[in-house]
Design a protein around this ligand. Structure first.
Ligand code: ADE
Length: 231
């Protein structure tokens, strides 16, 4: 079973996303174990301090190395980790390839940063990789860790009911999805494309591929550069 340990000062931020839908079911079916670790439990002083002023000034507080080191060391005594990941806006940009790779790993630690940053020595000595979920700054690493976890968990075999459904996801084959429609056939005069009602399977497949290709060239032209490179 895959194991994800999340180190955070706000464990309660994960309760919503992890208690519904696919992640909830993946936990119940024991495809994944997710454990939240409150960094404050690893603080050494009686005020449970996990941050301090930056040396040489600068705005904002910096996350202390000691509680992070104590927490990671305690976790490492229980299992070996494939990656110890720091969620950071200047990390490696998350994409489907990276989620696919991480979904094949067994044990991961996700460290959520806060304040103005974390002591650089954490990044130098304790972390094996840094991941960003996009070029924008969040208030902390928690939402990013929840996004990363979701994108990984749905790829674990058996998590999705229809095993093909993660494979046919938009992005999985380097293309965006074709449009889909459901009833009614006509709504306010807005009609479902006739071809989808034709029952001609090979024509429908060709139409869907064509839609995927043209949408990809408009919405994600850079995907084609990647496809070419992979060949
Ligand atoms: N922490 C703050 N912003 C972030 C981002 N964009 N990605 C990952 N972690 C973050």
């Amino acid at each position: 079973m895959m194991h994800i340990d999340i180190i955070t000062i706000f464990p309660e931020m994960f309760q919503g996303p992890f208690s519904v839908s696919i992640i909830k079911r993946a936990i119940e079916k024991q495809h994944i174990a997710i454990q939240l670790h409150n960094l404050r439990d690893y603080a050494t002083d009686r005020h449970k301090k996990v941050d301090d002023y930056a040396f040489a000034g600068g705005a904002g507080m910096v996350m202390l190395i000691e509680p992070v080191d104590r927490c990671i060391s305690a976790l490492k005594e229980k299992r070996q980790y494939d990656e110890i990941i720091y969620m950071s806006p200047d990390g490696l940009l998350l994409d489907q390839d990276l989620s696919n790779k991480l979904s094949l790993r067994k044990n991961l630690i996700l460290l959520c940063g806060h304040y103005k940053g974390i002591d650089e020595r954490i990044r130098e000595h304790l972390i094996t990789m840094e991941i960003s979920i996009g070029n924008y700054v969040l208030s902390g690493g928690e939402l990013a860790a929840a996004v990363l976890t979701d994108s990984i968990v749905r790829l674990i075999p058996g998590v999705l009911n229809d095993e093909t459904s993660a494979l046919s996801d938009s992005f999985q084959d380097g293309l965006v999805s074709p449009p889909s429609y459901t009833r009614p056939r006509s709504y306010k005069g807005w009609d479902v494309p006739e071809i989808l009602l034709s029952g001609n399977e090979s024509k429908i497949a060709a139409w869907k591929l064509d839609q995927s290709l043209s949408r990809t060239s408009i919405r994600r032209p850079e995907f084609f550069d990647k496809l070419k490179k992979n060949k």
